[in-house]
Design a protein around this ligand. Structure first.
Ligand SMILES: [Zn+2]
Length: 302
């Protein structure tokens, strides 16, 4: 299965946004008032050429995000703590055309969550079926959604996604799941914490699971450290999500692909799986270090 990483522009956030400092209200203030920023981070959209149809995971940001005014006036601190940079050609529509596809070719657009750097290209896909978790939709719509920082006034009028409830039975280490494809190889999973109804997507390809993590963690390193970010409403839930993902990665070779991880594209190209002390032995058994060398990847220190 061919999978492409497409970066729709780039973003800088405060260091304390990337990695939480403190707890409660103080944590949020630390995030918004921090003067130290990350390097430029990618904003990945993932294109999966599945035999049952093209799947797009998230839609990136629009070029308007360059303008400060793009953020609503009641979000001044958010304006301060995040900066975007992109050109109109970097929007998802033009980039898909560059890859030889028309937006109308996309069958499913799965949104990991409805934050502004994931829902900024909805307007390109009026023909697609959008998929959002029921919990995320409830958090993001209406006035309450706007007060929570969702830019729902910018969504196209026709935007009416298929809503997913993650009913039991559980799937591996996850509390529930929804299988999207008839082939049974694309699974949607609840991964709350960064946002109330955040979801991740597993695509099984041979003996490897590609794990599209959205913002469940900003990097693989933060997943391994089980560290929450500085903005999500439920940091404890985010840590529980990390533990569930790591438990999954202990059972199956899992290529972990967050939206803003500068190393994600390389890991996709190399099919480089999450390596933990917990999972290395169960995946490969026995002599772990030689198998790491064989796979051309370095062990991740825990
Ligand atoms: Zn987000």
């Amino acid at each position: 299965m061919k999978i492409q990483a497409i970066s729709t522009g780039k973003v800088k956030i405060t260091q304390n946004w990337r990695l939480a400092q403190g707890s409660g209200f103080k944590r949020l203030m630390n995030t918004l008032l921090d003067n130290e920023f990350t390097a430029w981070l990618p904003i990945y959209v993932w294109l999966i050429e599945h035999p049952e149809g093209l799947i797009l995971i998230d839609t990136g940001i629009p070029a308007e995000a360059n303008k400060r005014i793009w953020f609503p006036p009641f979000m001044p601190l958010l304006q301060r703590a995040a900066t975007f940079e992109m050109t109109p050609e970097e929007e998802i529509g033009p980039q898909l055309q560059q890859s030889g596809f028309a937006p109308a070719d996309v069958r499913w657009v799965i949104l990991t969550h409805l934050h502004q750097d994931h829902d900024g290209g909805l307007h390109y896909f009026p023909q697609a079926e959008f998929i959002v978790s029921q919990t995320e939709w409830a958090a993001a719509t209406g006035l309450k959604g706007r007060m929570n920082g969702y830019l729902n006034q910018r969504w196209p009028e026709w935007f009416q996604p298929t809503l997913i409830n993650f009913e039991p039975p559980s799937y591996e280490s996850f509390a529930g799941h929804h299988t999207l494809t008839n082939a049974g190889d694309v699974h949607l999973l609840p991964t709350p914490g960064h946002s109330p109804g955040h979801m991740s997507i597993i695509v099984e390809d041979g003996n490897v699971s590609f794990f599209f993590a959205g913002d469940a963690s900003y990097t693989e390193e933060l997943l391994l450290a089980e560290k929450p970010d500085g903005i999500g409403p439920e940091p404890q839930k985010q840590q529980e999500t990390h533990q569930r993902i790591l438990a999954y990665a202990a059972q199956k070779p899992t290529v972990y692909l967050p939206s803003h991880d500068p190393e994600a594209q390389k890991r996709l190209a190399n099919r480089a799986a999450v390596l933990t002390n917990k999972n290395a032995a169960s995946i490969w058994g026995g002599d772990v270090s030689s198998r790491w060398a064989e796979a051309g990847v370095s062990p991740v220190a825990l």
